[in-house]
Design a protein. Sequence first.
Length: 510
Amino acid sequence: MFKGHPKGLIAAALANMGERFGFYTMMAILALFIQAKFGLSGTNTGYIYATFYALIYILALVGGVIADRTRNYKGTIMVGLITMALGYLLMSIPSQTPVPEDKKTLMLVLTLFALFVIAFGNGLFKGNLQALVGQMYDNLNDDKKRDSGFSIFYMFINVGAIFAPFTAVGVRNWWLEHNGFEYNSDLPALCHSYLNGTIEANASASLQTLADKVSGSPVSNLNAFANEYLNVFATGFHYAFAVAIFAMAISFVVYMVNKKFFPDPKNHHAETNADGSKVIAMDPAEVRQRMYALFAVFGIVIFFWFSFHQNGLTLTYFARDYTLLKIGSWDISAEIFQSMNPFFVVFLTPVIVGIFGYLNARGKEPSTPRKIAIGMFIAALGFVVMALGSVGVPNYSEINPELGGSPLAEAQRVTPYLLMGTYFILTVAELFISPLGISFVSKVAPPQYQGVMQGGWLGATALGNQLLFIGAILYESVPIWATWSIFVVACIISMGTMLFMVKWLERIAK
């Protein structure tokens, strides 16, 4: 699988593992942390979540411009790692929960500032490391090798992501147990509803039952319990963010040790190849055609990311609100489902690469644009599964404690295998789209625009992420099956548009 690939490929992937660890820590706990910390609704949390994830990717465009202008990709990447670590440090500092009303705005602003620091560091780091990986293949003249190289890169960077949700949950649950409590996903919402005075009789009875259960003894003062449980619960999340700092430190060391294996555009610029030979200047008309093709693909993948990145928002809400958090005799947390995607990425990548290699040896491998279109169709199938599995579950308004609802009993919840199967399908779709899309950008982008076009790919992801809040609005206002159906439609439209343009894109990519 590694034969013929540049020496720096695995080193670059290992350097990226810390960023993935932090990313999936956020994917697993950010939305739930914000709701537990500030008592915000799912919709308002969705606005914050969507904006944060949009910034992570749109700032990659800024990072690409900085690296392209300075030709200092390596230095920009290094600063990005340090900046991300600083952001996680800010997120890890505990503060009082529930947040007093007179301090809520200030504390929310400080939290948003910490998220911005993480997003800015990610922008300096992510797209530019991908650009360096692409530059490793510029002199190989083997586009199929480039595709498989990016798939291998994508696989290795997700190794760290597998452990991030387990680590975050482990730290949070350890802190709960240290303070004499057990974990329960329904309690934060019930506690906030009780303290706000909006809880109804049925929900209040549920709160009393759960409070007795997680405390290990009867609770006589629900007000004191609600305050203490929320404080311990949120503090555990704060400490979970601190683990990402150590992951960043490991990535920083790996990156510094292996810097010599990465190409250095600062030394040979766009006018020369890595071997010193002169590059023939690209015709301006060809540059325009390539840019048009890239922007067309960027526009299409917006709708994929709008659907796919629901995994940290509405799919996590669904895990908390509607899913039986038990596999056999093993109790699990809602956040654990976020490990499914990177797990499947790591173990399915060799399979996908092997299939493409088999087809390539027989001259039947689809082009990269066709692979992306196939990925869109597979993503639509994933949300079809979710829609069918959600038929018959009550609307969220019926179980929302703020509206007088009570959490579903275990017998009313859906099997956890529904989400596991969905993540399996969506991960297959991702492997057809994300690493191959990055490869397509590195192949088609004019040499002088490598960094900014990798930033453009991430910028398209940002626009899709900014639309994530629509999912949160739908989740709280329409039947759950209808929410997933919207994503089916988005993916099918994307697939159709890609197939309509596929021959033009194939011609540009030659």
